[in-house]
Design a protein around this ligand. Sequence first.
Ligand code: PRX
Length: 660
Amino acid sequence: MSDDTTIQSVLSEDRVFDPPADFAQRSGGAWIESIEQYCELHAQSIADPEAFWGAVAEELHWFKHWEKVVEWQCPDARWFTGGKINACHNCVDRHVDNGFGDQPAIIWEGEPVGDEGPEIRTLTYADMQREVSRFANALKAQGVGRGDVVTLYMGMVPELAIAVLACARIGAPHSVIFGGFSAQSIVDRVEDASSKVVITCDGAWRRGSVVPLKANVDEALTITDVVEQVIVVKRCENDVTMQEGRDHWWHDVTASVEDECPCEEMDSEDMLFLLYTSGSTGKPKGIVHTTGGYLVHTFLTSRYTFNLRHHQDHVYWCTADVGWITGHSYIIYGIMQNGIPSLMYEGAPNHPGPDRFWDICQRHSVTHFYTAPTAIRAFMKWGEEHPRRHDLSKLQVLGTVGEPINPEAWMWYHRVIGHERCPIVDTWWQTETGGHMITPMPAATPTVPGSCTLPFLGIDTAVVDETGEEQPADTGGMLVVRKPWPSMLRGIHGDRQRFIDTYFSAVDGMYFAGDSARRDASGNFWIMGRMDDVINVSGHRLGTMEVESALVSHDAVVEAAVVGMPHEIKGTGIAAFCTLSGDWKPDDALIDTLRAHVAAEIGAIAKPDMIRFTDALPKTRSGKIMRRLLRDVAAGREAAGDMTTLEDFSVLAKLRSDED
Ligand code: PRX
């Protein structure tokens, strides 16, 4: 949870930025033109969700019309029941059928910069239709059919978008694993999903080095025997071992297949994908998203939140990786349904120099830019001379996602990147929500640095206490969603009870997001942070227990407690407190070893920023680790609050004196 200082600083935030007067004119129009229009539409959408969402769904292509817009029996939602639809058709074929086959769908830029600049590939909707169909046929030839989960562990190359859409085309749910995760993470996910096919790349470019994706898959497959087929995209030309009968090159399996493949007619409630995310307990959970509702929600939020408009020379760029929900919804599904060119960049923001992003914005005339607060803080640190060197005048809307944005970073983004003329849309949502839930409308909503402002149309968010009672203004409470929404998760793969316990048990009949929040007197939402043992590191979710399990899996560590700590760039960093087994020396070498061990177990994003060794961890009389105290110690604050349940005061004294 956020500390008191955060609450103080947001409470005193009184800067309000009205949408720029010339925004609609610069953008070729606005979908939602004023705050009055937003309020009216929001009220209507909440009063009659069936009429509201039904009208949106009419804009998509359905093989068969739905019978009922929504059926809701908490915690189970069913949207557009009886409808038949295909996600790939709506992202690709629909635009070709409408005569836009020659328009750019994906604009891709590779990381390495040669003498002639970086490699750029533009795929039109017609190209996508051909390539996706070809790969869909290749998957079918490997025996993949409706309902078979296909795992994707790839770099940010066009083949990743092609593979995602090929799975959707043939009704095979995809499970994308972020390329920064470890071999063990692949094992956990393919086993949980019983996924027999993995698509990967030889390697991925990252800051001038090759991430050995195929080697990681090979290592994973020495631990699990679930996977039968591996398809490998050649990207970095690094050495890889290909196992006869199991491993196939992408270019081989796509060489001899037809480039036409019909779209499967999927039930609206058929699973579209699984995406694993961290929770407060156990291994990451597979969040289940289905087809019709997810498409409708990501289509509308992309259109309204970014004010995307056909034929206005928009070039939209979301800097996330497709391995996260942001990439699923707002690089691929939502954006492509709107027929807007989606830019995909392969590599790091500071390669070969700290101005790479701004160079990309200039060269590709980016109009819509969506990134995370952690990236903005890094840009601030690198200095404003880098963006200043580039022409950013085409930018219209700036977005942020993943964690609370501190007002300083918001102001920098507004001033240095947006030149004070681009609205900032601070979008609050989650892997589980599938799409935006609370966000400004760029031409309508007055924005306040640090607040994600108001709920999206059709979304009924509230800040409540345990009884479900709404909290008064400026009072913290639990952030809930009181009504179902189309792209809500339909479950946790294989764990019904965990689904109910995690999301629908805190407050009767409502979805509990796991975040605390407050609303100010104007009704704006302010996200205060997670209420569970999940920490948000650089906008990525990690369960403290996952990191603890990784630490204790090393021989040296007997017990570990992990908490979040303030971090200048990451927002939240990881602090680990460990007790050691007898013969291990608590020295710097062991800290390095343990950091490397966690990276090997989970991935580099989980490496603790600080590791402290201690004789014992502070615990309550019932044996629970007192995380609040550890958070204070990690933040260098005086331990505050009630300590009467602390078993061994000397432990705390020892931790604190170690700091001196
Ligand atoms: O704590 C909230 C934070 O990120 C969590 C969701 O993480 P994840 O499922 O990985 O999805 C991230 C991308 C959608 C939330 O519970 N979060 C996300 N967006 C914001 C945010 N916190 C504050 N402001 C945001 N705009």
